[in-house]
Design a binder for this molecule. Structure first.
Ligand SMILES: *[C@@H]1O[C@H](CO)[C@@H](O)[C@H](O)[C@H]1NC(C)=O
Ligand SMILES: *[C@@H]1O[C@H](CO)[C@@H](O)[C@H](O)[C@H]1NC(C)=O
Length: 528
């Protein structure tokens, strides 16, 4: 019976999305433009003439039909950072799942914000396009029937913060291609500018949704004279603690509430690490300010202070996107079916810098892995090139895919033996971040895990010479990119794909290939 209903839906062509929920249609055109961001004119990537791109604001379960028109001189894709694309890795928008949209061509994404809530982003996944823009906010608001665990703020500000280069994305790419790491950035931007002003009324409470849209720099965020109540981290409603400052690593998002309980004047918003920016938060009715913007004492935070780690916890009694409390799923009582340890490193392969995971540096295929898998095209990827444990051997290059069974429950340990912070992201999922520690992970470290109320998120930091452990319920079939969110590192190979698979091909596990699928590489000539 169930099979029949689903088959019928497929025939009607609505298998991609839930027919019950409303549809929203967008047309986005991607072009180059010129903006003087750091005082000199430079080429940027615009979406509908906007830099950053349009804010995509939807409600839980909304269906999004978005026609993306590429007017650049290079193939282009957007990925939806943190959108789980349930049963739908067809729409993930990375080179392992989608053919890039050729210049002067288009692709219509169809996906649903299924059971999700919170602050997310989208950005270009192709080449170094992210260095030129094309990113934006993706906010998912709650349905009216689902209460949120905080009062309605008087205003909702979105802050896309990231490092920025005056150098063009093509020059940055050439530099990586020649085997050099990304240079030090030239500045940090909030919403595409070096100076932004947010105004509010004294006594009222405002939400700030903060995302790190940069290429590689973690930042520490604070608002002069104000504390921030952390309420949401990538869709998790957290136990609401107050922070003076918060670290936000590349690819991460969070939301805080700030009560303007100080006398009216300008307060600086600071996103610092290696940077100090004069961003101001202005209270309305302030007297005019004549003093020059001044830099706050950067007092760079120690890496381990104010971090969202074991000290941030899930609020087990609050709702998420679904009416059932999040804590009803006792993740800590499940014995993992598999433990995978992933060690990042920088290696020289053929004399050029590459980044590796367990000794393997990923190279893109001309054929999306998802299409090769679907059409049974051999020779596109290998499932034995990357192992689930760090290797001692020489670094190699491969289009590496790790097989995982649908419904596996994975323990993944990110082991960082380098002295730079890492930021790891998994598409299609969020995961419980259960433990952090310094040095080498070993099974005894499991005693330190938070098995009760750890946060779920889609991107986790790993401190220098440290490890981070996460648990993942592999309930979303598809081909999913596990990558460094630090863009130069993923570009030079610190990524691979998890093939979450069930031998029975069934529409209950995965939607059918979209009828408008783009074909490229060895998939040209196959019929969806
Ligand atoms: C390109 O856009 C047209 C509408 O202008 C649409 O009919 C078509 O399906 C789009 N192409 C793809 C591959 O989605
Ligand atoms: C957790 O959420 C509940 C329900 O929304 C709320 O009443 C409570 O204050 C929250 N607890 C904490 C510690 O944030």
């Amino acid at each position: 019976m169930l099979q029949w209903v689903i088959g019928l839906l497929a025939l009607l062509g609505v298998s991609q999305v839930d027919a019950e929920d409303p549809y929203f249609y967008y047309t986005w055109t991607v072009t180059y433009g010129t903006r003087s961001i750091l005082r000199v004119p430079q080429q940027v990537i615009l979406i509908n003439d906007q830099f950053p791109g349009p804010k995509l604001e939807v409600v839980t379960n909304n269906n999004i039909v978005l026609n993306l028109i590429n007017k650049l001189d290079q193939p282009f894709l957007l990925t939806w950072n943190g959108i789980k694309q349930r049963k739908n890795s067809w729409q993930d928008g990375v080179l392992g799942t989608n053919c890039p949209i050729p210049p002067n061509s288009n692709y219509t994404y169809k996906f649903q914000a299924k059971d999700q809530i919170g602050s997310y982003t989208y950005f270009p996944s192709t080449l170094l396009h992210k260095a030129a823009g094309g990113f934006g906010a993706l906010n998912i608001y709650h349905r009216s029937v689902i209460p949120i665990p905080y009062g309605y703020p008087a205003g909702d500000f979105t802050l896309l913060i990231g490092d920025w280069y005056k150098t063009s994305h093509k020059t940055l790419q050439q530099s990586l291609d020649s085997g050099k790491p990304l240079p030090f950035p030239d500045g940090v931007l909030i919403n595409g500018q070096t100076q932004s002003t947010f105004s509010g009324e004294q006594g009222k409470t405002y939400m700030f949704r903060i995302s790190n849209v940069g290429l590689s720099t973690s930042f520490n965020f604070r608002i002069q004279g104000h504390t921030m109540k952390l309420v949401e981290v990538e869709g998790s409603h957290v136990v609401q603690n107050l922070y003076d400052s918060l670290d936000v690593h590349v690819g991460q998002s969070l939301a805080v509430l700030v009560t303007l309980n100080q006398p009216p004047k300008d307060y600086y918003i600071v996103a610092s690490k290696d940077f100090r920016g004069p961003f101001s938060l202005q209270l309305q009715c302030c007297t005019t300010q004549t003093h020059k913007p001044r830099f706050l004492d950067p007092c760079l935070q120690l890496l381990h202070s104010n971090f969202i780690g074991q000290c941030s916890r899930w609020n087990l009694t609050s709702n998420a996107a679904r009416p059932n409390p999040q804590g009803s799923f006792h993740y800590g009582k499940i014995t993992p079916t598999k433990t995978i340890i992933l060690a990042n490193s920088a290696s020289f392969i053929n004399g050029k810098l590459r980044y590796t995971v367990n000794g393997v540096s990923y190279v893109n295929s001309d054929t999306p892995l998802k299409l090769a898998d679907y059409f049974n095209i051999p020779g596109v990827f290998t499932m034995d090139s990357i192992q689930g444990l760090p290797s001692g051997g020489a670094a190699t290059v491969a289009t590496s895919v790790m097989p995982v069974s649908l419904h596996d429950f994975l323990e993944v340990v990110f082991q960082n033996n380098e002295n730079t912070p890492q930021s790891w992201h998994l598409d299609g999922y969020d995961f419980w971040v259960v433990g952090f520690g310094s040095g080498q992970w070993n099974p005894h470290k499991r005693k330190t895990y938070n098995l009760v109320d750890a946060l779920t998120r889609h991107t986790t930091q790993v401190y220098p010479n440290s490890w981070t452990a996460v648990l993942i319920s592999m309930d979303n079939q598809g081909m999913w990119n596990l990558r460094s969110a630090a863009w130069g590192r993923q570009y030079l190979g610190q990524q691979f794909y998890l093939r979450v698979f069930d031998p029975v091909r069934s529409l209950t596990n995965e939607y059918d290939i979209p009828s408008n699928v783009l074909l490229c590489g060895k998939a040209v000539g196959f019929h969806p």
